[in-house]
Design a protein around this ligand. Structure first.
Ligand SMILES: [Zn+2]
Length: 445
């Protein structure tokens, strides 16, 4: 919270939104950190892969300072009793689209032309809130059609104006003209506004130019589209889009700005090209073959496979709310991706948790855990993809991904043991982000 002196009414409004702990610290006008103590009945140590019993977590402002079984709770600390629950690190979804406005599976390009960027950003506010309240305290948001709305959302959350997860954003899709990240489906003689074609680039130097602009705009990573897409008119998930030369230029340019790159790729060759170019993760990785799997392991590339959202695509198809060409692109791909996920687990590939949130309604991302278990993971492995692995993929393992001293106080709790039944994560009872409580169900159901 901003610590500068505020006029009375502003201070009151501000404090009404803050926790009691923050209120007392602010009202006293001191810089003394407030201490919160969480009593955890079970605590999942995702690094060690084991559950600890009856732990106390001490939090000073927004950071975890100590964890232990017999820790003394300092006088004046706010005590949160989660002794009947399982406590684990805040979850991280590495593939979301929170800032494209209200979910709309219609594929109608007109929906993007009927709304201003301001409307899109404000429509995205509930997406962020639902995501946080479902236990995801951090997201890697991997692209928007109307450029830079994700930066607006990220920054509004970071300022505390609206509730939402900590966001790491891409700013736009870096895509070939008419490709997987382009807004397609309009008549060819329509000139789209600048922010609906911001990331289109053909040739290595255009790719570099787009990435330079995005870096200057303050993005956290770069999203490139290596192959065609499912939910895109005139694109084809089987096709390669960017060339090797363009992909290499993208990664080199992004790295020059200290930015990691994730590549959308369904197609077998598009996946391999992205890995060889040096991306941090391949998104979807639908038609990855054995050679691609071996390359991913060799290069330490994460596979970020959204194996739940097929359920939502099929449901939209049943209801006729998704265009016929999208359904056609999708045929058989869902099962192929799930089978390849199973192979990737068996092969020991690095896997992160990404759901393509926005394909499904917001707030249901945790449903993917059960599918990960169904397709070969233990519950612990599935949880690790959304905690320690995800933090590592983001390059922020020092502050995210586990409950450890020095890390951000991003902590959730569930009523039952997710190592016994991972679907416990579909009903998160307690959410703390950055030391602030956003959700707290009082009694076990
Ligand atoms: Zn996506």
């Amino acid at each position: 919270m901003n610590t500068r002196v505020l006029p009375g009414i502003v201070l009151w409004l501000c404090c009404a939104l803050a926790t009691a702990a923050q209120v007392s610290a602010t009202a006293a006008g001191t810089a003394t950190p407030h201490v919160t103590a969480i009593k955890a009945g079970r605590l999942l140590d995702v690094d060690a892969g084991k559950e600890l019993r009856n732990q106390v977590i001490l939090i000073s402002d927004n950071r975890i300072t100590a964890i232990g079984e017999a820790l003394a709770i300092p006088a004046g600390a706010t005590v949160i009793d989660l002794s009947a629950m399982t406590v684990l690190p805040g979850l991280i979804d590495c593939h979301t689209h929170l800032a494209d406005g209200a979910r709309d599976p219609s594929g109608d390009p007109l929906t993007y032309l009927k709304r201003t960027a301001a409307e899109v950003a404000l429509e995205s506010v509930p997406n962020a809130r639902l995501t946080l309240e479902s236990g995801f305290t951090t997201v890697r948001d991997v692209g928007v059609y109307r450029a830079l709305t994700d930066i607006a959302l990220r920054d509004a959350i970071a300022r505390g104006d609206i509730p939402g997860p900590r966001m790491y954003v891409a700013g736009a899709y870096v895509t070939i003209t008419g490709g997987a990240g382009a807004l397609t489906g309009a008549s060819p003689d329509i000139q789209l506004p600048w922010d609906l074609r911001y990331g289109q680039a053909d040739g290595p130097w255009q790719v570099r130019a787009v990435i330079r602009k995005l870096a200057n705009n303050g993005v956290d990573h770069i999203k490139i589209l290596s192959s065609g897409a499912v939910l895109e008119h005139g694109s084809n998930p089987n096709s390669q889009e960017f060339t090797m030369e363009e992909l290499r230029a993208a990664v080199e340019e992004a790295h020059a700005f200290g930015l990691r790159v994730e590549a959308h790729a369904h197609a077998t060759q598009g996946i391999k090209n992205a890995i060889l170019a040096g991306v941090a993760s391949v998104e979807h990785a639908t038609m990855i073959d054995d050679e691609g799997m071996a390359l991913a392991k060799q290069h330490g590339t994460y596979l970020d496979m959204d194996i739940y959202d097929e359920e939502c695509i099929e449901e939209d198809a049943r209801h006729g709310t998704i265009p016929a060409d999208f359904v056609q692109h999708d045929a058989a791909l869902g099962q192929i991706q799930r089978d390849n996920f199973h192979k990737a687990v068996a092969a020991g590939a690095k896997l992160s948790f990404g759901t393509d949130a926005g394909v499904c309604p917001y707030g249901v991302a945790a449903r993917q855990f059960a599918f990960m278990v169904q397709y070969g993971m233990t519950p612990l492995q599935a949880i690790q993809t959304a905690t320690k692995n995800a933090a590592d993929l983001l390059g922020h393992g020092d502050v995210l991904g586990s409950i450890k001293p020095g890390k951000y106080a991003d902590i959730i709790a569930v009523q039952t043991d997710p190592l016994q039944d991972v679907r416990a994560l579909e009903n998160v009872s307690f959410v703390m982000k950055d030391g602030k409580v956003y959700k707290q169900a009082d009694a076990p159901r």
